[in-house]
Design a protein around this ligand. Structure first.
Ligand SMILES: C[S@@+](CC[C@H](N)C(=O)[O-])C[C@H]1O[C@@H](n2cnc3c(N)ncnc32)[C@H](O)[C@@H]1O
Length: 270
């Protein structure tokens, strides 16, 4: 089976969640591990998943190794800090910066749908990502999950780095800015202040949710965000120790519980 077939097969397992895709991909990865990348090969080439992914094999490894953890972290940040009563039920915009395979957007869509907020909602989704493979998988998964959840989504993709992203919107639609596991990356940190200037120029109610593993260089990215958007209300800004249940550990080759400290930020302004 080629790598695209693994992705297609797993995408057909989607009932109503990204996690259906994740579990199906884990199963085929586990059963055919000799055909897939080792942790060392993946980590060396991608600098521990901070560089744009270059092929389907890397995209599969990424989801198997990190997908559930990234999904669960965003779900936690949203469930603790997004005031559901403030969510506009007619139309929202989502901007997912360095979206990879769209995991943060999927966590948000599923969270809103599970809280019965999406029945008449139009959702514009803007994906910004330098890896074309990741971007195409993000589009695929978002369309499949949206169909299963009966969501009205329009997806607009920008195949570029943040430096080139166009995010000046002329309306005042309520907007959710998602920065999942990108704020610790050097090239992202280098463009964050300029990006915040663009974000600031948007009208209407805005939420920003950012999270990243609590590495030594992570706080610099969060400081740039909070300084550049210092007028925003801080709904949350701290590190959180999370326990992830039943995540597949590629090195051990089995599902296990896993602890990780995550830096998280939730901002709101109007
Ligand atoms: C650790 S992954 C996070 C992906 C996704 N947001 C998630 O939580 O699973 C880092 C992502 O940032 C992207 N990236 C790296 N440098 C970037 C840049 N300068 N501008 C935009 N995206 C960047 C990579 O291509 C990769 O998809």
């Amino acid at each position: 089976m080629n790598m695209i077939a693994y992705i297609d097969n797993a995408s057909q397992a989607i009932q109503n969640s990204f996690l259906d895709y994740y579990h199906s991909l884990v199963e085929s990865f586990h059963d055919n591990s000799e055909k897939h990348l080792s942790y060392r090969a993946f980590a060396n080439r991608t600098e521990r998943a901070t560089k744009a992914l270059a092929c389907e094999k890397e995209a599969i490894f990424y989801t198997v190794a990190y997908g559930k953890q990234h999904y669960a972290s965003m779900e936690y940040l949203l469930s603790e800090n997004l005031p559901l009563e403030r969510v506009n039920q007619s139309a929202i915009r989502v901007v997912d910066y360095g979206c990879g395979q769209g995991i943060a957007t999927l966590a948000l869509l599923e969270y809103l749908a599970n809280n019965e907020l999406t029945s008449d909602m139009k959702i514009d989704i803007h994906l910004i990502e330098p890896s074309i493979i990741s971007l195409k998988i993000a589009e695929l998964l978002i369309h499949l999950v949206a169909k299963k959840l009966d969501l009205q989504v329009s997806v607009y993709s920008q195949h570029c780095r943040l430096q080139k992203a166009k995010i000046a919107f002329t309306d005042d639609m309520q907007t959710f800015h998602l920065m999942s596991n990108i704020v610790d990356i050097d090239s992202v940190q280098a463009s964050l202040a300029d990006l915040c200037d663009k974000i600031k120029s948007n009208q209407g109610e805005q939420f920003l949710f950012a999270l990243s593993p609590d590495y030594s260089n992570t706080s610099m990215g969060f400081d740039i965000l909070t300084n550049s958007l210092s007028f925003a209300d801080e709904l949350f800004n701290d590190s959180v120790g999370l326990l992830y249940y039943d995540v597949y550990r590629v090195v051990q080759g089995c599902y296990k519980s896993h602890n990780s400290s995550q830096r998280m930020l939730a901002l709101h302004w109007q």
